[in-house]
Design a protein around this ligand. Structure first.
Ligand code: 8X3
Length: 255
């Protein structure tokens, strides 16, 4: 088995950490012995996370540059991080391009792209100075394959995917490893419900008959594997889907 490179506890910051993949990642890394800053907008949702030793909650909106600077100041004062995991983001709406709502597209671009940008810009100097920094961006299979009703989310995730590719090229000389994890169908509490504007029945229907959609813990397992590998190994793009979803357009439903 390959050993991890450092005897020092690793230190990560995970955005969008109050639920779903972000929360599962914070838990998983902490279980692996990491110290984890769990960042999210909703203080009450972060509270239960903080009960796990090793998790430090920070209330922060990643699209708010001032709040991000405050988070940076706190993390800097407490010794810094070597790994930034940009998970905050989401989808809103399933309208076709012709019917898309500009405010939804705007929200998706801001949370997925500008949020990632703001975090990366704030923490890059720290990661460069560390000497073995890692940025892991959670994009989506929607960031490499467009689909009907996905236009706004596709546009945002393609944007975040492009940012990630450029960043990898630019930061290699600073020895920053840039990993992209692109999940397909993941059954989480909030993703589909938010996208479908709170329609719980429609959200459940997204997963109906799919034998084993991915869970947040499945994706956290993949993330943990990628960031626990020795730093010179870069799983630079990891597409992770349930077996039942052979492609964006091919989802096996039973019953
Ligand atoms: C979520 C994957 O298939 O809903 O990022 O676009 S999908």
């Amino acid at each position: 088995m390959i050993q991890t490179q450092s005897a020092q506890p690793r230190r990560a910051l995970v955005t969008g950490a109050s639920s779903g993949i972000g929360a599962a990642t914070a838990h998983r890394l902490t279980t692996d012995g990491w110290q984890v800053y769990a960042l999210a907008r909703r203080a009450e949702k972060l509270e239960h996370l903080a009960e796990q030793e090793g998790i430090i909650p920070i209330v922060c909106d990643v699209t708010d540059a001032e709040q991000v600077q405050q988070a940076l100041a706190q993390v800097t004062a407490e010794g810094g991080i070597d790994t930034l995991i940009n998970n905050a983001g989401g989808a809103l709406g399933v309208e076709k391009v012709g019917d898309g709502r500009v405010e939804d597209w705007d929200w998706m671009y801001r949370t997925n792209v500008i949020g990632t940008l703001t975090m990366v810009q704030a923490f890059l100097p720290m990661l460069r100075a560390h000497g073995e920094g890692t940025v892991l961006n959670l994009t989506s299979t929607a960031g490499i394959t467009a689909y009907e009703g996905g236009g706004g989310y596709n546009a945002a995730k393609f944007g975040q995917h492009a940012l990630t590719g450029a960043l990898r090229l630019e930061e290699a000389e600073h020895n920053i490893r840039v990993i992209e994890v692109l999940p397909g169908l993941v059954h989480t509490e909030e993703f589909a419900a938010k996208r479908l504007r709170g329609d719980a029945a429609a959200a459940e229907a997204v997963y109906r008959g799919v034998e084993k959609p991915l869970t947040a813990e499945d994706v956290a397992e993949v993330i943990a594997h990628a960031v626990n590998l020795p730093h010179h190994i870069n799983l630079d793009q990891i597409v992770v889907r349930p077996v039942a979803q052979a492609a964006q357009h091919k989802l096996i439903r039973r019953g």
